[in-house]
Ligand binder design. Structure first.
Ligand SMILES: C[S@@+](CC[C@H](N)C(=O)[O-])C[C@H]1O[C@@H](n2cnc3c(N)ncnc32)[C@H](O)[C@@H]1O
Length: 199
């Protein structure tokens, strides 16, 4: 993702849904002394974790931490960042078009987004008797019971957000937000069930 976002030297990067900092901390290295990284997340605890990590790296002066939803990024001024990164975050966002519009709003002219999302629709629902590709064998019935309990507990909107898009939808969302050039790569790794079961 960061390779796709290059050149980063001197850039201001906004990492949306920064989590514990995997991408944002990696970007700190690449933006160098003249750049900056803004860590954004809905979780204050994770932002605090990022702040501690940036402090340990002696890079606090090149960082900002903001509690914000991908859908609004309210504290980030229009046209103020060069690069938006986001990894495994849009799967949690109901209104993905709103998130893309927010990315477009905060970018300077010529700015870009580099993002990664798992395409759950390609893998789920699994055939009966399988869990994450594994043959459940003798415990199939038990796992079906556990799954049905979770089905009842889970918010349908949450599940929809995780399943309701694929690589083509991401392309359309970027186009609809007026990004001039869109490059999408879909990586599919397939292993036959039997081969998988055999390890
Ligand atoms: C799977 S983690 C990914 C963390 C990080 N991007 C990474 O790749 O390691 C998802 C992150 O998205 C954040 N998140 C969930 N919904 C969000 C939203 N609507 N806006 C911004 N962040 C969100 C969560 O708090 C969590 O830190």
């Amino acid at each position: 993702m960061l390779d796709a976002a290059e050149p980063l030297d001197g850039a201001t990067v906004l990492d949306v849904g920064a989590g514990d900092g995997l991408i944002g901390l990696g970007a700190l290295d690449r933006v160098g002394a003249g750049g900056a990284v803004i860590f954004a997340d809905i979780s204050p605890a994770l932002l605090e974790q990022c702040r501690r990590a940036a402090k340990e790296l002696g890079a606090l002066d090149r960082t900002r931490f903001i509690q914000a939803k991908a859908e609004d990024l309210a504290e980030v001024p229009d046209g103020s960042v060069d690069v938006v990164t986001t990894r495994s975050v849009l799967i949690y966002v109901d209104d993905k078009a709103k998130a893309f519009a927010a990315f477009a709003r905060v970018l300077r002219p010529g700015g870009r987004v580099s993002l990664f999302e798992p395409i759950n629709r390609l893998m789920y629902p699994e055939p009966p008797g399988r869990f994450c590709g594994y043959d459940l064998g003798a415990v199939t019935d038990l796992v079906a019971k556990v799954n049905s309990t979770f089905d009842d507990l889970e918010d349908p909107a949450f599940r929809a957000a995780m399943m309701d898009f694929d690589d083509r939808d991401l392309t359309s969302l970027a186009e609809a937000a007026d990004f001039e050039r869109v490059h999408v790569e879909c990586h599919i790794r397939h292993r036959a069930w039997l081969a998988h079961a055999a390890g």
